[in-house]
Design a binder for this molecule. Structure first.
Ligand code: PMP
Length: 457
């Protein structure tokens, strides 16, 4: 048991929290999470909370895995760190690179390790530009992404992302990065079937490539299913059309699988689950179930051969590339996920159940649309402004209510993320059907409480 007396007067004034209005934490401070076990976390006041966000789409194998802790401890005692810069390496890094190439889609034989997903996407930007330089097309440097996408928080990764709020601060995006529409049928597909809208949203890529000139475009980057922007599940027509356009104009395709990877979409990689054939794959989070920081890029055949055979030195790397402790944690985490067959469980059993149960939330007066794929799910709360043609709800609050709803979720012992008026879950992959029922009961209660509060206004 955690002794909460020691932290009763914890002062978080010195800690600048990510993506936080610092003023919000003045006085009362942040909620302190002190322990995790299975699918639950506990805060310093003893509240037990069902973690429907897996930390931050990380803790795929759940909390409290002593096997990972033991592997980390053993590695720390044997070799806590050594660099990979002096033609040196370490045992877990080599083993993990091999393991990842076995789990990845065919052709992904090479891995570049980083310390985070943001660093991995920066690395991707450097790799695709270097690829075209080595191929003799030195002007081919533009990367196309999507509005409202999230690809990390370094200057380059935030530029690759398409979040208006991030771009409004500090003069982003940097030059050489362009954005197209996201495939958000519920909010933008007025008058179109999902299939028609999917094609149209994908064809925005072709329009953009023609506008810029194909000889200037290095790559297109996207998540198989857009996560942090609000769990936007593309229509079935979207990815085949994107793939056709990339092939037609010979544009490299980067799949950002920081969220989609490691079982979340019911396969080791989301590209496999959705039938996408990328040239590069970004990973992070789930590779270690978040127990230690790690990220990286899986490099496919086409790019890998040029980088290795023609490249000479790739002037790029991080102190923590291939960190032995992180790699040891990843190996143990992947072993657990494999032994417990977590990706297959999500694909065949719990994922379909979550889909069925989550869609039932659409009968709630506050919910306009609810959808899921594997173990990511999102719902749109209805609102007066921005009401869509698909939305026939009778109740429509006049302001954004996502944050109010998130507060009620915490009160009812469940974590959901709010992105504007879109509520998201990404539960640990170990959830059983009974856990899903419990999660849905807590979510429904929180929606009721939110509605009751709004009706009082
Ligand atoms: N890409 C995606 C799709 C992400 O969701 C995130 C993190 N939320 C990142 C990149 C950045 O990863 P990190 O926070 O490890 O830098």
């Amino acid at each position: 048991q955690f002794d909460t007396r020691a932290i009763q007067h914890l002062d978080s004034a010195h800690y600048l929290h990510p993506f936080t209005d610092f003023k919000d934490l003045r006085g009362r401070g942040a909620r302190v999470i002190v322990r995790g076990e299975g699918i639950y976390i506990w805060d310093s006041e003893g509240n037990k909370i069902l973690d429907a966000m897996s930390g931050l789409w990380c803790v795929n194998a759940g909390y409290g895995r002593t096997r990972i802790a033991d592997a980390v401890y053993r590695q720390m005692q044997t070799l806590p760190f050594y660099n990979s810069f002096f033609n040196t390496t370490n045992v877990p890094a080599v083993q993990l690179a091999t393991r990842l190439s076995q789990l990845a889609p065919p052709g992904f034989e090479r891995v570049f390790f980083t310390g985070s997903g943001s660093e991995a996407n920066d690395t991707n930007l450097r790799i695709v530009r270097r690829y075209w330089d080595l191929m003799g097309y030195t002007g081919r440097h533009v990367v196309i992404s999507r509005h409202n996408a999230y690809h990390g928080s370094t200057v380059a990764a935030a530029s690759l992302g398409g979040m208006a709020g991030m771009h409004a601060q500090g003069g982003l995006p940097i030059p050489g990065i362009e954005h197209i529409v996201q495939p958000n049928w519920y909010e933008s597909g007025q008058g179109l079937s999902e299939e028609e809208f999917g094609l149209q949203a994908a064809q925005a890529l072709e329009t953009k490539i023609r506008e810029i000139g194909a000889d200037k475009v290095a790559a297109f980057i996207a998540e198989p299913i857009q996560g942090a922007g609000g769990v936007i599940i593309p229509p079935s027509t979207y990815w085949p059309e994107i793939q056709r356009i990339c092939r037609k104009y010979d544009i490299l395709l980067i799949a950002d699988e920081v969220i989609s990877g490691f079982g979340r979409l019911g396969a080791w990689f989301g590209s496999t689950a959705l039938g996408i054939e990328p040239d590069l794959i970004t990973f992070a989070k789930g590779v270690t179930s978040g127990y230690v920081p790690m990220g990286g890029v899986l490099v496919g055949q086409r790019v890998g051969e040029v980088l290795v055979e023609q490249g000479g030195e790739f002037a790029h790397g991080f102190t923590y590339s291939g960190h032995p402790v992180a790699c040891a944690a990843a190996l143990e985490n992947l072993a657990i996920m494999e032994e417990e067959k977590l990706p297959a469980q999500v694909a065949n059993d719990t994922g379909p159940y979550l889909k069925e149960r989550f869609a039932q939330l659409q009968d709630h007066p506050l919910v306009g649309y609810a959808n899921s794929f594997g173990f990511v799910a999102g719902l749109n709360l209805v609102q007066a402004k921005g009401r869509t043609p698909h939305d026939n709800r009778s109740f429509a609050p006049a302001r954004q209510v996502g944050m109010t709803c998130r507060a009620h979720m915490f009160n009812n012992g469940v974590v959901m993320r709010a992105v504007g008026d879109r509520m998201i879950v990404a539960p640990p992959l170990i959830m059983t059907k009974a856990d899903i029922d419990e999660m849905l009961a807590r979510i429904r209660q929180s929606l009721d409480d939110t509605l009751a509060e709004l009706q009082k206004e």
